[in-house]
Design a binder for this molecule. Structure first.
Ligand code: UTP
Length: 246
């Protein structure tokens, strides 16, 4: 069975989404406009229902490009992570402006800590942010924010359709999960050990550690497919992997 759901009775009033940087940049320009348009509609719907939403945006192409450029002369991890964070904030600013443009109640600042983001969520329906400090990715920021904002689930909207036992691009025998527990995910991704600057796994191991200790479930899905993201936001069955931490 491929579809799993967050129970409708657990439909969240506050939702936290780690939005992978690649979701903002489908290959074709017309798909980019369509994706932004669909996201705007989804967020307008949430705001209309009085719900709160934090979008923690990944750095994608600008982060990778910046880290590659800096790596030609720099090797210190914190310096490269700082460049990556700048990429995440660039993407966050793009998304913030796209949402403000249709009159949504979006926080006017891009918070730089999860405490600041949680406080902005008390005053605005929508908060958009990128990274915080070196040593993790925006997945970890989103899970930390979910814990602080009292959200029981953090949505990890990325560029793969679900969690696999191994990288399906290089391992044809890889199997996928529609549901798993956090320890099973940790066995695949690792836990608490930071990735190299710019490196990627389906979920950042630091985020897996935060989810396990904070008892935050993860909804891992392909964020390029807006219907899947919308379903998870509404607590409906979604195509992807539900990772249970409780
Ligand atoms: P991302 O969050 O974009 O990494 O951070 P990602 O998981 O690869 O996500 P996408 O799918 O490309 O969007 C990019 C880099 O920025 C630094 C790290 O070096 C990370 O690899 N970073 C980001 C931090 O050091 N701290 C943060 O809070 C966020």
């Amino acid at each position: 069975m491929k579809r799993r759901c967050m129970e409708p009775s657990l439909m969240p009033t506050t939702s936290i989404v780690a939005l992978g940087g690649s979701t903002l940049r489908p290959e074709h320009d017309e798909d980019r406009a369509r994706w932004f348009g669909r996201l705007r509609q989804v967020v307008i719907g949430l705001e209309g229902e009085g719900r709160r939403l934090a979008l923690v945006v990944g750095g994608g192409a600008p982060a990778r490009e910046g880290i590659a450029l800096a790596s030609t002369v720099l090797s210190e991890r914190a310096a490269l992570d700082t460049v990556g964070i700048a990429g995440t904030r660039l993407n966050a600013t793009v998304l913030q402006q796209v949402l403000l443009d249709v009159g949504l109640d979006v926080a006017p600042t891009i918070p730089t800590t999860t405490d600041e983001a949680a406080s902005l969520l008390d005053r605005h329906h929508v908060v958009v942010m990128g990274g915080t400090v070196p040593g993790h990715t925006t997945d970890a920021v989103a899970v930390d924010l979910a814990r602080k904002a009292g959200a029981s689930t953090c949505i990890i909207a990325t560029n793969v359709d679900r969690v696999y036992s191994a990288d399906p691009r290089t391992n044809p025998d890889a199997t996928s999960f529609s549901e798993m527990d956090i320890d099973a995910l940790a066995a695949i991704t690792g836990i608490d050990t930071p990735l190299q600057p710019g490196a990627s796994t389906v979920v950042d191991p630091v985020a897996v550690g935060h989810a396990k200790r904070g008892l935050v479930d993860l909804a891992v899905l392909d964020g390029r497919q807006m219907d899947r993201l919308e379903a998870a936001l509404d607590g409906r069955p979604f195509e992807g992997t539900l990772v249970r931490s409780r």
